[in-house]
Design a protein around this ligand. Sequence first.
Ligand SMILES: [Mg+2]
Length: 269
Amino acid sequence: MASVGEIPLGSIDTVFLDLDGCVWFGDELADGAVEVVEGLRSSGRRVVFLTNTSYMRAATVAAKLRRLGIDAATDDVVLPVEVLGDHPALRDGPRVWYFGPDGVRDAVAEVAELAQRPEDAELVLLGRDTSLRYDDLTDALGVLVRGGRLLALNVDPQVPIGGGRVVPGIGAIAAALTYASGVRAEVVGKPSATFFEAAMRRYGATAERSVMIGDTLDSDIAGGLGVGMRTVLLGYGSPSALEPPPVPDHHVPDLRAAWALLAGATEAG
Ligand SMILES: [Mg+2]
């Protein structure tokens, strides 16, 4: 059997595309993003926006894409909270202490029982909470030192917000709780194989004919490689905390270059 690296890029039929740092930077669209997405689609490929975004639901992400000029339906977007119910950590129905934005709380409540007090919880679920307070960390730590599990919608260390600025990601908060409690975080979104497999199932995609394009080594590239997809790293390449660091199949400076790679492969057959 051919290794993934030997399968021609021209045979790729599903493009899993990261959003933050690839398609958009906060509220700024990446250069050429509209043309690249249209180009990929007109070459017959399905484009799936596979994002670790954890402060809004798929419908809101799709609406933001449309507002910025990219044609997108809710069904074109996969994010952690939408596949939360598939995660093994929720299988036995633990009571969940959630802290994160209200925009995502409803989605959590659809698949998990939310505890009213931290004393009643068996699992801490972390979303991206930009109004995080010290007391929130204390409540979460209490659940963990009583034997609770730690589940994060993503473990991204930082999130680009435009203008060259970044803010601490959920992974930074998870790391603080892990340091305080010794409890390691499990992850719902990228790089979890559960997440990639749920996304492929939804579209009937196979790893052999899929590519993951993203700007983060430890989520996009590690996750794609983990399920056997071709991977394309965009940009400067975030630092990796993995040993050895994941090695993408291709490394290009930006979205236009990623499109050139796939478009060239189409012409070459
Ligand atoms: Mg990204």
